[in-house]
Design a protein around this ligand. Structure first.
Ligand SMILES: Cc1cc2nc3c(=O)[nH]c(=O)nc-3n(C[C@H](O)[C@H](O)[C@H](O)COP(=O)(O)OP(=O)(O)OC[C@H]3O[C@@H](n4cnc5c(N)ncnc54)[C@H](O)[C@@H]3O)c2cc1C
Length: 360
Protein backbone atom coordinates (compact mmCIF):
# COMPACT_ATOMS: atom_id res chain seq x y z
CA UNK A 1 0.00 0.00 0.00
CA UNK A 2 2.82 2.38 0.96
CA UNK A 3 5.98 1.14 -0.74
CA UNK A 4 5.41 2.94 -4.05
CA UNK A 5 4.82 6.23 -2.20
CA UNK A 6 7.65 5.83 0.35
CA UNK A 7 10.21 8.01 -1.45
CA UNK A 8 7.66 10.79 -1.96
CA UNK A 9 6.60 10.65 1.73
CA UNK A 10 10.26 10.75 2.80
CA UNK A 11 10.91 13.87 0.67
CA UNK A 12 7.85 15.57 2.18
CA UNK A 13 9.05 14.65 5.69
CA UNK A 14 12.47 16.23 5.03
CA UNK A 15 10.83 19.41 3.69
CA UNK A 16 8.47 19.77 6.67
CA UNK A 17 11.30 19.11 9.12
CA UNK A 18 13.10 22.13 7.61
CA UNK A 19 10.24 24.59 7.06
CA UNK A 20 7.88 23.57 9.90
CA UNK A 21 4.95 23.11 7.51
CA UNK A 22 2.03 20.75 7.97
CA UNK A 23 1.98 17.23 6.47
CA UNK A 24 -1.17 18.04 4.51
CA UNK A 25 0.12 16.53 1.24
CA UNK A 26 1.26 13.30 2.92
CA UNK A 27 -2.10 12.89 4.66
CA UNK A 28 -3.81 13.48 1.29
CA UNK A 29 -1.59 10.78 -0.21
CA UNK A 30 -2.63 8.31 2.51
CA UNK A 31 -6.25 9.23 1.82
CA UNK A 32 -5.83 8.63 -1.93
CA UNK A 33 -4.16 5.27 -1.26
CA UNK A 34 -7.15 4.18 0.84
CA UNK A 35 -5.00 4.01 3.98
CA UNK A 36 -7.23 6.30 6.07
CA UNK A 37 -10.25 4.06 5.33
CA UNK A 38 -8.40 0.78 6.03
CA UNK A 39 -9.15 0.81 9.81
CA UNK A 40 -12.92 0.85 9.21
CA UNK A 41 -14.63 -2.52 9.72
CA UNK A 42 -15.28 -4.39 6.47
CA UNK A 43 -19.03 -3.86 6.90
CA UNK A 44 -18.34 -0.11 6.73
CA UNK A 45 -16.16 -0.25 3.62
CA UNK A 46 -12.73 -0.69 5.26
CA UNK A 47 -10.34 -3.58 5.79
CA UNK A 48 -10.88 -4.01 9.54
CA UNK A 49 -7.25 -3.09 10.33
CA UNK A 50 -7.37 -2.25 14.04
CA UNK A 51 -11.09 -2.90 14.38
CA UNK A 52 -11.32 -6.65 13.62
CA UNK A 53 -9.19 -9.53 15.02
CA UNK A 54 -8.02 -10.72 11.58
CA UNK A 55 -6.34 -7.35 10.96
CA UNK A 56 -3.44 -7.67 13.44
CA UNK A 57 -0.56 -8.48 11.12
CA UNK A 58 -1.92 -6.40 8.22
CA UNK A 59 -2.09 -3.39 10.52
CA UNK A 60 1.38 -4.10 11.90
CA UNK A 61 2.81 -4.19 8.36
CA UNK A 62 1.01 -0.98 7.43
CA UNK A 63 2.09 0.95 10.56
CA UNK A 64 5.65 -0.32 10.10
CA UNK A 65 5.84 0.71 6.47
CA UNK A 66 4.45 4.19 7.16
CA UNK A 67 6.88 4.58 10.08
CA UNK A 68 9.74 3.52 7.83
CA UNK A 69 8.81 6.23 5.32
CA UNK A 70 8.07 8.92 7.92
CA UNK A 71 7.76 8.39 11.68
CA UNK A 72 5.68 11.55 12.10
CA UNK A 73 3.16 10.40 9.53
CA UNK A 74 3.11 7.03 11.29
CA UNK A 75 2.25 8.75 14.57
CA UNK A 76 -0.62 10.65 12.93
CA UNK A 77 -2.00 7.49 11.32
CA UNK A 78 -1.65 5.59 14.59
CA UNK A 79 -3.80 8.22 16.35
CA UNK A 80 -6.38 7.94 13.54
CA UNK A 81 -6.54 4.15 14.00
CA UNK A 82 -6.74 4.45 17.79
CA UNK A 83 -9.67 6.89 17.68
CA UNK A 84 -11.61 4.81 15.13
CA UNK A 85 -10.99 1.63 17.11
CA UNK A 86 -12.51 3.22 20.24
CA UNK A 87 -15.48 4.64 18.33
CA UNK A 88 -16.23 1.25 16.74
CA UNK A 89 -15.72 -0.51 20.08
CA UNK A 90 -17.84 1.79 22.24
CA UNK A 91 -19.92 3.99 19.95
CA UNK A 92 -23.58 3.30 19.15
CA UNK A 93 -24.80 2.43 15.64
CA UNK A 94 -25.41 6.07 14.72
CA UNK A 95 -21.98 7.18 15.94
CA UNK A 96 -20.27 4.38 14.03
CA UNK A 97 -22.18 5.18 10.86
CA UNK A 98 -21.29 8.84 11.20
CA UNK A 99 -17.61 8.06 11.78
CA UNK A 100 -17.53 5.84 8.67
CA UNK A 101 -19.15 8.67 6.69
CA UNK A 102 -16.58 11.12 8.02
CA UNK A 103 -13.70 8.85 6.97
CA UNK A 104 -15.25 8.51 3.52
CA UNK A 105 -15.48 12.31 3.47
CA UNK A 106 -11.71 12.49 4.05
CA UNK A 107 -11.57 13.41 7.75
CA UNK A 108 -8.46 12.66 9.80
CA UNK A 109 -9.17 11.43 13.33
CA UNK A 110 -6.89 11.83 16.37
CA UNK A 111 -6.88 10.73 20.00
CA UNK A 112 -5.91 13.45 22.45
CA UNK A 113 -5.50 12.45 26.09
CA UNK A 114 -2.53 14.38 27.45
CA UNK A 115 -3.32 17.62 29.33
CA UNK A 116 -1.72 19.69 32.09
CA UNK A 117 -5.00 20.00 34.00
CA UNK A 118 -7.73 17.49 33.09
CA UNK A 119 -10.07 18.90 30.43
CA UNK A 120 -13.47 19.26 32.10
CA UNK A 121 -16.93 18.35 30.85
CA UNK A 122 -19.58 20.65 32.30
CA UNK A 123 -23.09 21.94 31.70
CA UNK A 124 -26.48 20.30 31.28
CA UNK A 125 -26.42 16.64 30.08
CA UNK A 126 -28.11 17.58 26.80
CA UNK A 127 -25.76 20.55 26.19
CA UNK A 128 -22.32 19.66 27.56
CA UNK A 129 -19.41 22.06 27.24
CA UNK A 130 -15.67 21.42 27.30
CA UNK A 131 -13.16 23.46 29.29
CA UNK A 132 -9.42 23.13 29.09
CA UNK A 133 -6.54 22.48 26.77
CA UNK A 134 -4.97 19.35 25.29
CA UNK A 135 -1.16 19.28 25.06
CA UNK A 136 1.31 17.30 22.93
CA UNK A 137 -1.61 16.60 20.61
CA UNK A 138 -0.51 15.10 17.28
CA UNK A 139 -2.01 17.02 14.39
CA UNK A 140 -3.28 19.79 16.70
CA UNK A 141 -4.11 22.01 13.74
CA UNK A 142 -4.70 19.23 11.22
CA UNK A 143 -7.01 16.63 12.75
CA UNK A 144 -10.67 17.37 11.97
CA UNK A 145 -12.22 14.75 14.29
CA UNK A 146 -10.52 14.66 17.71
CA UNK A 147 -11.53 12.02 20.23
CA UNK A 148 -10.62 13.63 23.56
CA UNK A 149 -10.87 12.55 27.18
CA UNK A 150 -12.74 14.91 29.52
CA UNK A 151 -13.64 14.67 33.21
CA UNK A 152 -17.23 15.45 34.31
CA UNK A 153 -18.10 17.07 37.64
CA UNK A 154 -18.88 13.60 38.99
CA UNK A 155 -17.89 10.20 37.74
CA UNK A 156 -15.17 8.77 35.53
CA UNK A 157 -13.67 10.46 32.43
CA UNK A 158 -15.66 10.42 29.18
CA UNK A 159 -14.59 10.23 25.56
CA UNK A 160 -15.90 13.11 23.48
CA UNK A 161 -15.67 13.31 19.69
CA UNK A 162 -14.99 16.94 18.78
CA UNK A 163 -15.41 18.19 15.19
CA UNK A 164 -12.72 20.75 14.40
CA UNK A 165 -12.22 23.22 11.58
CA UNK A 166 -9.87 26.08 10.81
CA UNK A 167 -11.46 28.26 13.55
CA UNK A 168 -9.97 26.04 16.29
CA UNK A 169 -7.72 27.61 18.94
CA UNK A 170 -4.63 25.47 18.25
CA UNK A 171 -0.93 26.03 17.77
CA UNK A 172 2.45 24.38 18.12
CA UNK A 173 3.91 23.62 21.56
CA UNK A 174 5.56 26.88 22.70
CA UNK A 175 9.11 25.49 22.66
CA UNK A 176 8.78 22.95 19.88
CA UNK A 177 10.20 19.41 19.87
CA UNK A 178 13.62 18.16 18.78
CA UNK A 179 12.12 15.55 16.50
CA UNK A 180 8.76 14.43 15.08
CA UNK A 181 8.25 17.94 13.69
CA UNK A 182 6.05 16.56 10.93
CA UNK A 183 3.49 15.24 13.44
CA UNK A 184 2.34 18.83 14.01
CA UNK A 185 2.39 18.22 17.76
CA UNK A 186 0.72 21.06 19.57
CA UNK A 187 -1.86 22.39 21.98
CA UNK A 188 -5.54 22.84 21.35
CA UNK A 189 -7.88 24.85 23.57
CA UNK A 190 -11.20 23.03 23.56
CA UNK A 191 -13.17 25.76 25.36
CA UNK A 192 -14.39 27.21 22.11
CA UNK A 193 -15.53 23.84 20.76
CA UNK A 194 -19.25 23.15 20.78
CA UNK A 195 -20.24 19.55 21.51
CA UNK A 196 -23.56 17.76 21.62
CA UNK A 197 -24.78 14.88 23.74
CA UNK A 198 -24.28 12.64 20.69
CA UNK A 199 -20.56 13.46 20.85
CA UNK A 200 -20.13 11.37 24.03
CA UNK A 201 -18.68 7.97 23.08
CA UNK A 202 -19.09 4.95 25.38
CA UNK A 203 -19.92 4.87 29.04
CA UNK A 204 -18.01 6.69 31.81
CA UNK A 205 -14.51 5.27 32.26
CA UNK A 206 -14.61 3.33 28.97
CA UNK A 207 -11.32 4.81 27.79
CA UNK A 208 -9.49 3.25 30.74
CA UNK A 209 -10.84 -0.28 30.18
CA UNK A 210 -8.15 -2.94 30.26
CA UNK A 211 -6.58 -4.61 28.40
CA UNK A 212 -7.22 -2.15 25.55
CA UNK A 213 -5.95 0.84 27.52
CA UNK A 214 -2.45 -0.68 27.78
CA UNK A 215 -2.44 -2.98 24.80
CA UNK A 216 -3.00 -0.28 22.19
CA UNK A 217 0.63 0.69 22.76
CA UNK A 218 1.66 -2.12 20.37
CA UNK A 219 0.64 0.13 17.47
CA UNK A 220 3.12 2.83 18.54
CA UNK A 221 5.80 0.13 18.76
CA UNK A 222 4.99 -0.95 15.19
CA UNK A 223 5.52 2.63 13.97
CA UNK A 224 8.80 2.88 15.94
CA UNK A 225 9.87 -0.43 14.39
CA UNK A 226 9.54 1.22 10.99
CA UNK A 227 11.95 3.93 12.16
CA UNK A 228 14.38 1.23 13.36
CA UNK A 229 14.11 -0.46 9.93
CA UNK A 230 15.01 2.80 8.24
CA UNK A 231 18.05 3.44 10.42
CA UNK A 232 19.34 -0.11 9.94
CA UNK A 233 18.98 0.35 6.15
CA UNK A 234 20.78 3.70 6.27
CA UNK A 235 23.60 2.26 8.41
CA UNK A 236 24.22 -0.63 5.99
CA UNK A 237 23.89 1.47 2.83
CA UNK A 238 26.11 4.32 4.03
CA UNK A 239 28.84 2.03 5.38
CA UNK A 240 28.87 0.18 2.04
CA UNK A 241 28.89 3.44 0.05
CA UNK A 242 31.94 4.64 2.03
CA UNK A 243 33.74 1.31 1.70
CA UNK A 244 33.64 0.78 5.46
CA UNK A 245 31.32 -2.21 5.63
CA UNK A 246 34.05 -4.88 5.60
CA UNK A 247 35.79 -3.48 8.67
CA UNK A 248 35.26 -6.05 11.46
CA UNK A 249 34.08 -3.46 13.99
CA UNK A 250 31.50 -2.12 11.54
CA UNK A 251 30.40 -5.69 10.80
CA UNK A 252 29.76 -6.16 14.51
CA UNK A 253 27.61 -3.01 14.46
CA UNK A 254 25.65 -4.20 11.43
CA UNK A 255 25.09 -7.57 13.11
CA UNK A 256 24.02 -5.99 16.39
CA UNK A 257 21.68 -3.58 14.62
CA UNK A 258 20.02 -6.48 12.78
CA UNK A 259 19.61 -8.39 16.04
CA UNK A 260 18.03 -5.33 17.69
CA UNK A 261 15.66 -4.87 14.72
CA UNK A 262 14.56 -8.50 14.76
CA UNK A 263 14.07 -8.35 18.54
CA UNK A 264 11.75 -5.37 18.12
CA UNK A 265 9.97 -7.15 15.28
CA UNK A 266 9.48 -10.36 17.31
CA UNK A 267 8.00 -8.53 20.29
CA UNK A 268 5.77 -6.27 18.21
CA UNK A 269 4.35 -9.25 16.31
CA UNK A 270 3.64 -11.13 19.52
CA UNK A 271 2.03 -8.05 21.09
CA UNK A 272 -0.09 -7.43 17.97
CA UNK A 273 -1.39 -11.00 17.88
CA UNK A 274 -2.29 -10.93 21.57
CA UNK A 275 -3.78 -7.45 21.59
CA UNK A 276 -5.91 -8.00 18.50
CA UNK A 277 -6.68 -11.66 19.22
CA UNK A 278 -9.47 -13.12 21.31
CA UNK A 279 -9.60 -15.38 24.36
CA UNK A 280 -6.38 -14.32 26.10
CA UNK A 281 -6.30 -13.26 29.78
CA UNK A 282 -6.43 -9.45 30.04
CA UNK A 283 -3.40 -9.34 32.37
CA UNK A 284 -1.35 -11.48 29.98
CA UNK A 285 -2.20 -9.18 27.08
CA UNK A 286 -1.32 -5.90 28.81
CA UNK A 287 1.84 -7.29 30.44
CA UNK A 288 3.10 -8.72 27.13
CA UNK A 289 2.42 -5.46 25.32
CA UNK A 290 4.23 -3.62 28.11
CA UNK A 291 7.29 -5.85 27.67
CA UNK A 292 7.07 -5.35 23.90
CA UNK A 293 7.02 -1.57 24.39
CA UNK A 294 10.20 -1.70 26.44
CA UNK A 295 11.86 -4.19 24.05
CA UNK A 296 11.19 -1.81 21.15
CA UNK A 297 12.44 1.15 23.15
CA UNK A 298 15.66 -0.71 24.06
CA UNK A 299 16.14 -1.88 20.46
CA UNK A 300 15.59 1.66 19.17
CA UNK A 301 18.07 3.13 21.65
CA UNK A 302 20.62 0.44 20.75
CA UNK A 303 20.26 1.17 17.03
CA UNK A 304 20.59 4.92 17.64
CA UNK A 305 23.91 4.34 19.43
CA UNK A 306 25.14 1.95 16.72
CA UNK A 307 24.30 4.43 13.93
CA UNK A 308 26.04 7.26 15.77
CA UNK A 309 29.13 5.17 16.41
CA UNK A 310 29.13 3.54 12.98
CA UNK A 311 28.52 6.60 10.79
CA UNK A 312 30.24 9.05 13.12
CA UNK A 313 29.85 12.77 12.56
CA UNK A 314 28.28 12.09 9.14
CA UNK A 315 25.16 10.95 11.02
CA UNK A 316 24.83 14.48 12.44
CA UNK A 317 25.09 16.33 9.12
CA UNK A 318 21.66 17.79 8.48
CA UNK A 319 21.52 16.74 4.83
CA UNK A 320 21.92 13.09 5.88
CA UNK A 321 18.47 11.46 6.24
CA UNK A 322 19.83 9.52 9.24
CA UNK A 323 20.09 12.81 11.16
CA UNK A 324 16.32 13.47 10.96
CA UNK A 325 15.28 9.86 11.47
CA UNK A 326 17.49 9.67 14.58
CA UNK A 327 15.87 12.80 16.03
CA UNK A 328 12.40 11.52 15.18
CA UNK A 329 13.00 8.08 16.67
CA UNK A 330 14.64 9.42 19.84
CA UNK A 331 11.66 11.72 20.38
CA UNK A 332 9.03 9.13 19.50
CA UNK A 333 10.50 6.58 21.92
CA UNK A 334 9.56 8.91 24.83
CA UNK A 335 6.29 7.25 25.76
CA UNK A 336 4.61 7.45 29.18
CA UNK A 337 5.89 5.80 32.36
CA UNK A 338 8.49 3.32 31.03
CA UNK A 339 9.67 2.32 34.53
CA UNK A 340 6.15 1.36 35.64
CA UNK A 341 5.53 -0.35 32.29
CA UNK A 342 8.48 -2.71 32.79
CA UNK A 343 8.12 -3.36 36.50
CA UNK A 344 4.37 -4.04 36.35
CA UNK A 345 4.90 -6.53 33.52
CA UNK A 346 7.75 -8.15 35.44
CA UNK A 347 5.54 -8.49 38.52
CA UNK A 348 2.73 -10.08 36.45
CA UNK A 349 5.01 -12.65 34.85
CA UNK A 350 6.98 -13.51 37.99
CA UNK A 351 4.53 -16.25 38.89
CA UNK A 352 3.34 -17.30 35.42
CA UNK A 353 4.79 -17.72 31.96
CA UNK A 354 4.18 -15.62 28.89
CA UNK A 355 1.40 -16.67 26.51
CA UNK A 356 2.36 -17.65 22.95
CA UNK A 357 -0.36 -16.62 20.51
CA UNK A 358 1.24 -18.75 17.78
CA UNK A 359 1.45 -21.98 19.78
CA UNK A 360 -0.27 -24.85 17.97
C1 LIG B 1 5.67 12.68 19.02
C2 LIG B 1 4.67 12.61 20.12
C3 LIG B 1 3.32 12.71 19.81
C4 LIG B 1 2.37 12.64 20.83
N1 LIG B 1 1.05 12.73 20.49
C5 LIG B 1 0.12 12.63 21.44
C6 LIG B 1 -1.27 12.69 21.11
O1 LIG B 1 -1.66 12.81 19.95
N2 LIG B 1 -2.17 12.61 22.10
C7 LIG B 1 -1.79 12.50 23.41
O2 LIG B 1 -2.65 12.42 24.26
N3 LIG B 1 -0.49 12.47 23.76
C8 LIG B 1 0.47 12.53 22.81
N4 LIG B 1 1.79 12.48 23.16
C9 LIG B 1 2.17 12.47 24.57
C10 LIG B 1 2.36 11.06 25.09
O3 LIG B 1 1.12 10.39 25.14
C11 LIG B 1 2.94 11.09 26.49
O4 LIG B 1 2.32 12.05 27.27
C12 LIG B 1 4.42 11.37 26.47
O5 LIG B 1 5.00 10.64 25.44
C13 LIG B 1 4.99 11.01 27.83
O6 LIG B 1 6.40 10.98 27.77
P1 LIG B 1 7.30 11.38 29.03
O7 LIG B 1 8.70 11.02 28.67
O8 LIG B 1 6.97 12.76 29.46
O9 LIG B 1 6.75 10.30 30.13
P2 LIG B 1 6.90 10.22 31.69
O10 LIG B 1 5.83 9.27 32.11
O11 LIG B 1 6.90 11.57 32.34
O12 LIG B 1 8.29 9.51 31.87
C14 LIG B 1 9.52 10.20 32.01
C15 LIG B 1 10.37 9.45 33.05
O13 LIG B 1 9.79 9.63 34.37
C16 LIG B 1 9.47 8.37 34.95
N5 LIG B 1 8.24 8.58 35.76
C17 LIG B 1 6.95 8.61 35.31
N6 LIG B 1 6.13 8.87 36.34
C18 LIG B 1 6.91 9.03 37.45
C19 LIG B 1 6.65 9.31 38.83
N7 LIG B 1 5.39 9.50 39.25
N8 LIG B 1 7.67 9.40 39.66
C20 LIG B 1 8.95 9.22 39.24
N9 LIG B 1 9.27 8.95 37.96
C21 LIG B 1 8.26 8.86 37.07
C22 LIG B 1 9.29 7.43 33.77
O14 LIG B 1 9.42 6.06 34.11
C23 LIG B 1 10.40 7.93 32.86
O15 LIG B 1 11.63 7.43 33.28
C24 LIG B 1 2.78 12.50 22.17
C25 LIG B 1 4.15 12.37 22.47
C26 LIG B 1 5.08 12.40 21.46
C27 LIG B 1 6.55 12.25 21.81
Amino acid sequence: MIDAAAAELDRAAARIDRDGGLPTASIARLRDLGVLAAPLPRAHGGQGLGTEPHGALGLMALLRSIGRADLSLGRLFEGHVNALRLIFRDGDATQRQRAAGDVAGGHLFGLWVTDAEPVRLQGAPDRPTLHGEKLFASGASLVTRALVTATPETGAPRMVLVPLDETRAAGPMPSGLTGMRGAATGRCDLAACAVTREALIGRPGAYLLQPDFSSGAWRGSAVALGGIDRLVDLLRAQLAARGRDSDPHQRVRIGEALIARETASFWTRRAALLAEGEGFAAGDVSATVNLARIACEQSGLAVLALVQRGLGLQAFVQSNPAERVMRDLATYLRQPAPDETLTEAAAWFTGRDLPDPEAA
